[in-house]
Ligand binder design. Structure first.
Ligand code: B12
Length: 358
């Protein structure tokens, strides 16, 4: 994955003309296929405009990284979202082909060709992309019965029972780390799958996520008991990213292994992340991004930290959904490493501070 000048220019050009491109594209799509309005109703144009804007932000990010797989992965995600809401895969393909056409026309020649090629490559994969997703609550996984009971309690709206299940398991000897990785994490992924496949409402997703955060807090008496090792972690979501549970888990794993942790939560402004790293003399900075179009912001934050005269020593980990999809992405953003989950993150950080190379 080598990013060249043309990729950077193309990405910037798309972002610079994003709303014009989206508008021109919707006008063309509906002029060519007026029946779309009958098929999907009056809201069709508005939805198409929103979708185009969203596609363009992911496309610009994938092009900036010269990472075709990232854009195809996003289109595979979009195919599931749309087909589960009764939008035909053939309409998604048509929609993207129209978008490629407009990009070719509106962008400078070389950029138009690069952008259209990215889109076309994803279009050719659409037929082989799945319409639905398998469950994340796998039978036979460690603690699977408890994970199912926990999840079902939340689905029924019984967070008190979900909490009791977890507290009872911990009292019975199940570790907090197991609860995090075998119960909370798959339950959250499953909630996301059900939202993506139109099986639950946004309100249900919010309820389950809020309940899981509440129950995590009930485990803090177990988390804050370790003897301290003098190391400091700053953990944050990148600016604009609201997915705070994963990086909170990362911070809690560090805390359980004796680190002092300073967890900033969602959407932290870059300038205050940098000052916190410096003031607290952080050994490790953990930056989380869940939405792929936020990868560039991770790179910016790392650049600012590294440029600070006192920021050179901190080791930086980048993680979250796009980093899990592309195991080499951390190199592009200038991090020192990445990890698939909270346990792997603390293992890697301990290697860093103990002078072992990853
Ligand atoms: C809860 C949730 C939300 C909540 C977040 C609430 C909160 N307080 O955190 C809200 C409602 C805000 C939300 C919003 C959106 N969401 Co959302 N969300 C989720 C959901 C269901 C769960 C996230 C979660 O808690 N995961 C559990 C944690 C434990 O897992 P994790 O984040 O992967 O973290 C682990 C590892 O990745 C790693 N890790 C994480 N960070 C770091 C950092 C470092 C340094 C390291 C080393 C490791 C590491 O360790 C963690 C612990 O083991 C996911 C589904 C999913 N698959 O994750 C969708 C999901 C991430 N969301 C999605 C989307 C699309 C959105 C929205 C764009 C929806 C919209 N149209 O508005 C917005 C974007 C908002 C924004 N600007 O960020 C999509 C993303 C798809 C994609 N292709 O990018 C997902 C995958 C849902 C889906 N299946 O479609 N979301």
């Amino acid at each position: 994955m080598t990013t060249t000048q043309i990729h950077v220019q193309t990405s910037d050009a798309i972002l610079g003309q994003r709303s014009e491109i989206a508008g021109a594209f919707v006008a063309r799509e509906f002029a060519r296929h007026p029946e779309l309005e009958q098929r999907y109703g009056k809201i069709a144009r508005e939805k198409s405009l929103q979708d185009a804007d969203y596609h363009l932000s992911f496309l610009a990010q994938a092009i900036a990284l010269n990472n075709q797989a990232l854009f195809s992965d996003y289109i595979a995600w979009a195919k599931v979202v749309l087909t589960q809401r009764k939008v035909l895969a053939s309409d998604l393909a048509f929609h993207l082909e129209c978008l490629a056409e407009v990009l070719r026309e509106r962008l400078p020649e070389n950029s138009g060709a690069v952008a259209a090629e990215f889109v076309q490559a994803a279009v050719t994969l659409i037929p082989s992309m799945p319409d639905d997703l398998p469950t994340f609550l796998q039978e036979g996984a460690p603690l699977s019965p408890l994970a199912h009971q926990y999840f079902e309690s939340l689905r029924r709206g019984e967070r008190h029972l979900a909490s009791q299940l977890v507290l009872k398991a911990v009292a019975g000897g199940t570790s907090v780390k197991e609860i995090y990785l075998q119960i909370f994490q798959p339950a959250q992924y499953e909630i996301g799958r059900l939202w993506q496949t139109n099986r639950i409402t946004v309100a249900e997703e919010h309820y389950c996520s809020a309940a899981t955060q509440l129950i995590m807090s009930q485990l803090y008496p177990q988390i804050f008991t370790s003897t301290k090792n003098g190391r400091t972690l700053i953990a944050t979501c990148v600016a604009s990213d609201l997915h705070e549970i994963g990086v909170r888990m990362v911070a809690d794993f560090f805390e359980m292994e004796g680190w002092n942790t300073y967890y900033l939560g969602a959407n932290a402004p870059h300038s205050s992340v940098v000052s916190t790293v410096i003031e607290r003399k952080a050994d490790v900075l953990a930056i989380s991004a869940t939405i792929s179009s936020h990868v560039e912001a991770v790179r910016d934050l790392i650049r600012v930290v590294r440029q600070h005269p006192a920021g050179g020593d901190v080791r930086i980990l980048a993680g979250g959904y796009p980093f899990n999809r592309d195991p080499e992405l951390w190199r592009y953003v200038g991090a020192d490493g990445s990890a698939l989950d909270a346990q792997q993150a603390i293992t890697l950080a301990n290697q860093f501070v103990n002078g072992e190379t990853a």
